[in-house]
Design a protein around this ligand. Structure first.
Ligand code: SAM
Length: 283
């Protein structure tokens, strides 16, 4: 570490997600040497600075800040070293900063990003779910129909899915997963890095039962394992499509089978139409 002044520009600084001991040496160094800190909630960042025995000007910023405020911040980055932090974890990850970074890049301002905690990655490593491919999907929509549509879109992704979720919505979201992504292994990672950290894994219904009996508190990451690796043979798929078409139109049957198998919905729809026309020819 050095007392040298920092070069002007934007420094994206990840901060702890609960345990203040998780601040990195480099994050502490940059926060100590920067000229000012752009942050979401000045009270939250002031607490972190007290922990580090630092005093810095704090400027409130989020993606809803006015264009004038953003331009003012960008102008100051030409002469000063400005750190960007969020309330917790890595800025921009379901947190403000995207517009600022985009604008800073367009304006040719020097930008660097300091790696550090992010709840999504902590949860992924803790869950024991496959991590060779994962998709971070942020918060699911709170409304039932929009949430079901979002899950239907994700059902085809052959990767572990990571969502941020709030405690009051957990059980409803687990029920939507049970319906929209049947047969998947799920993990609930709660209060990560804090005193009451837990990671509970199992089929959605088991987790629904547990969290109905013990309503969860605190912050939550929800993870859904990838669809089963089992190769669906043509005969399997035809049988599933036939079964679904007993009650549904081909398009809905294809969507249902796509959700259950993770297979491509358009391909299944084409096959459903073929099966339907064969049925008419022979029937
Ligand atoms: N930027 C942050 C990051 O990198 O993780 C995420 C900010 S987002 C607004 C806040 C959400 O992250 C919470 O609602 C929760 O879903 C998740 N989260 C943050 N801290 C957490 C923790 N300690 N344990 C579990 N989930 C956490």
């Amino acid at each position: 570490m050095t007392d040298e002044p920092l070069a002007p520009g934007l420094y994206i600084v990840a901060t702890p997600i609960g345990n203040l001991g998780d601040i990195t040496l480099r994050a502490a160094d940059i926060l100590a040497r920067c000229d000012a800190i752009a942050c979401e909630d000045t009270r939250v960042t002031a607490k972190l600075l007290r922990h580090l025995s630092l005093h810095k000007p704090l400027w409130r910023y989020d993606d809803y800040s006015s264009e004038v405020d953003r331009q003012r911040l960008l102008a100051s980055m030409r002469e000063k070293a400005i750190a960007l932090v969020s309330d917790a974890g890595t800025p921009l990850i379901s947190d403000p900063g995207y517009r600022l970074v985009q604008a800073a890049r367009e304006a040719g301002i020097a930008i660097t990003s300091l790696p550090g905690p992010s709840a999504a990655i902590v949860a992924l490593t803790l869950s024991g779910l496959p991590n060779d491919r994962f998709l971070f999907a942020g918060f699911l929509p709170p409304k039932e129909k929009a949430r079901a549509d979002a899950l239907a879109e994700l059902a085809q992704v052959r990767a572990t899915l990571i969502f941020y979720e709030s405690a009051p919505r957990l059980v409803k979201t687990l029920a939507a997963i049970e319906l929209g992504l049947p047969g998947r292994d799920v993990a609930v990672a709660r209060e990560l890095t804090k005193l009451h950290e837990e990671c509970r894994r199992g089929p959605p219904q088991q987790l629904i039962d547990h969290y109905t009996a013990h309503p969860p508190r605190g912050e939550i990451v929800l993870l859904v394992g990838p669809p089963a690796e089992r190769e669906n043979t043509e005969t399997d798929l035809d049988a599933l499509l036939f079964a679904a078409m007993l009650h549904e139109k081909p398009s809905q049957a294809a969507a249902q089978v796509a959700r259950a198998t993770g297979m491509d919905r358009k391909m299944l729809y084409a096959r459903a139409l073929e099966l339907k026309s064969q049925e008419h020819q022979t029937g």
